[in-house]
Write a protein that binds this ligand. Structure first.
Ligand code: ZN
Length: 262
């Protein structure tokens, strides 16, 4: 019998951070923790308030969607997590071992506006070097067919095709502001660790469940800062590329010198 207690503990601890960071009201939001060797992830159960959650309440699901451990129903967003792990955690170099989804206010505001979050400053550049991409709305067929699964597929599709590759979508042409994203190129999920789903909200991920929560909190703060920037100056300029590169490289490059090393 497999013992998933440490994976469940990791997922529980990460979920407990959601209310502590003010990223969700009530039971909104969920985090999962992935065990690549076992091909399973632990996720929050559906509809249990955060203060009542215990490590053993976490539900362990495999990549086919089968529950392998746990007594409760997993989060209704489980199929989205499953698709993202299948596609983004498939190779050895993948650093997608935790995923967070919330309805944090500023991230949702950008998603509802169907706008990618422009890269205005160094807080943003310290984490990703592109705008935070926003998908178009899901199609009617996708929503009616298998909503949560299709949400994951839409994210994967946009990472594969790049934002401009999605421009043939009518909804995207109508609502999205693609000129703020240079990239026609695909996004690497190891580098671009956050995304908005049009009309819905944010998903973020990282090398652990805790890192996913961190990136979800960063996304919310970057979303808030960008909204305030446009409020102060609606024609604010994007951060020049030489500053973007400097900030990203000092944290993530081969000669990174930010922090204490190691
Ligand atoms: Zn949601």
């Amino acid at each position: 019998m497999s013992d998933y207690s440490s994976l469940k503990e990791e997922a529980w601890a990460a979920n407990s951070e959601i209310p502590a960071l003010g990223l969700a009201l009530y039971t909104w939001g969920n985090v999962s923790a992935f065990d690549a060797a076992e091909g399973v992830f632990a996720i929050k159960p559906s509809g249990v308030p955060y203060p009542d959650l215990k490590p053993d309440d976490m539900v362990v699901v495999d990549l086919e969607g089968k529950i392998v451990d746990g007594k409760l129903n997993p989060s209704s967003d489980t199929p989205t997590h499953r698709v993202l792990y299948r596609k983004f955690a498939a190779d050895d170099k993948a650093q997608v071992h935790g995923i967070i989804h919330t309805h944090s206010t500023y991230s949702v505001a950008w998603a509802q506006a169907c706008r990618s979050i422009p890269l205005f400053g160094t807080t943003h550049a310290d984490h990703i070097q592109t705008a935070v991409p926003c998908t178009p709305y899901l199609s009617r067929e996708a929503v009616e067919q298998d909503y949560e699964l299709e949400t994951g597929k839409l994210i994967v599709e946009m990472f594969r095709r790049g934002v401009s590759g999605m421009a043939d979508s009518e909804a995207f042409r109508k609502y999205s502001h693609i000129s703020d994203i240079a990239a026609a190129a695909p996004f690497n999920p190891n580098e671009v660790t956050m995304v908005l789903v049009g009309g819905h909200g944010p998903f973020a991920w990282g090398a652990s469940a805790a890192k996913a929560v961190y990136n979800g909190a960063v996304l919310e703060e970057v979303a808030r800062m960008a909204a305030l920037t446009l409020q102060i100056n609606p024609s604010a300029e994007l951060l020049p590329e030489y500053i973007v590169n400097k900030h990203y490289q000092r944290k993530h490059g081969p000669e990174a010198y930010y922090g204490q090393g190691g």
